[in-house]
Write a protein that binds this ligand. Sequence first.
Ligand SMILES: [Zn+2]
Length: 141
Amino acid sequence: MPGTKDLCHPETVRVAASHQAEAEKIAAELAAIAATGMVLPGSITERRTRCGRANCGCHADPPRLHGPYWQWTRKIAAKTVCRWLTADQRRDYTTWIDNDRRLRELLARLEALGAAAFDADPRWERQPSRPASRTGTRTSR
Ligand SMILES: [Zn+2]
């Protein structure tokens, strides 16, 4: 029932006003990024390479390597997947990757808020029975 107070569970955790305000800021930024649809996991790295021709400048001392080339890299199921990008692809997808990083940062902040509220729960103070010691819990098995 919307708008009904949960009288059966008066101890339902309430979020502090500052916590709520912070969560709303995070939510707004998350939504703004998500709405662009421009989110790409992985990373883009610059590569400079040597070719197979022995008399090429890339084998000189000092070497004049080929490139720069840009490579997008991502881990999928513990396997690294790579693709070469053109210069304009690199320019465009750098933004997408930055967006992905920001999403993860925002989620981490949201989780940190939740963890702080969890730690601050006053009910931790009045638990009737706690294990006598932490060292005792691991030995019995
Ligand atoms: Zn070369």
